[in-house]
Unconditional design. Structure first.
Length: 226
């Protein structure tokens, strides 16, 4: 019996209605007018979805804009993505620029690049290697690692190179997790079991349960064991 769910392929510059598909492959510039529900989405170029995306596996090589919510199992980004509402996935690997207007939730969030999250960034494991100033309203997770990278070694992110100020890698209101390592982070509060502040941090309040270490170049107004 023939599978009733079809594939969608866009080559060049085309518009398509939304709908349910097996695989969606866009080579060039594609516009989807509505919600998109698919098993596999691959973008080589540029795509704008004027609705929600629901997918199992997503691979973006270029840029993608989603006007509403984005829900997936695995997302790989080599370039840029702009989600105007919420982004949720089991695993997000980003090598570029990630922008989310609402909340971002993932079991694993692995980024080399820069990001802007308008709401809450939450993941079981956060690995943030930052090549440009980044921000989130609040951050929560199990294991959280934030490092500032000084140079790029692959072509795809050259456009993200920008000068860092002393504490301009990451700005957020609060960070909460189990095991936390931070560099060049500015936050009102950091709370966790084990907290290590590397160079260049500015934190108003640190609350820890087990261990706390601080680099000489980082500043903490108040620290307390709870």
């Amino acid at each position: 019996m023939k599978n009733s769910v079809e594939d969608l392929k866009i080559d060049g510059s085309e518009r398509s209605a939304g709908g349910k598909y097996n695989s969606v492959i866009i080579n060039g510039e594609g516009n989807i007018d509505g919600n998109l529900d698919c098993t596999y989405l691959k973008v080589n170029g540029k795509c704008e979805v004027n609705g929600n995306i629901k997918a199992d596996s997503v691979n973006i090589n270029g840029s993608n804009t989603i006007k509403k919510n984005f829900n997936a199992i695995e997302v790989e980004i080599n370039g840029s993505i702009n989600v105007e509402k919420d982004l949720s996935a089991e695993k997000i690997v980003s090598r570029g620029n990630t922008s989310v207007g609402g909340d971002c939730n993932a079991e694993i969030f692995d980024i080399k690049g820069a990001f802007a999250i308008g709401g809450f960034l939450n993941a079981g494991e956060l690995v943030l290697n930052l090549y440009g100033p980044s921000e989130a309203l609040d951050i929560g997770g199990g294991k959280i690692t934030v490092k500032k990278e000084s140079k790029l070694n692959f072509l795809g992110l050259l456009s993200l190179v920008m000068p860092f100020g002393r504490n301009s890698a990451l700005s957020t209101n609060s960070i909460e997790g189990d095991d936390i390592y931070l560099e060049y982070t500015k936050a009102k509060a950091v709370r966790g079991n084990n907290i290590i502040l590397g160079p260049g941090c500015e934190i108003e309040l640190v609350e820890y349960k087990d261990n706390f270490k601080q680099d000489d170049t980082s500043e903490v107004e108040t620290q307390r064991k709870i």
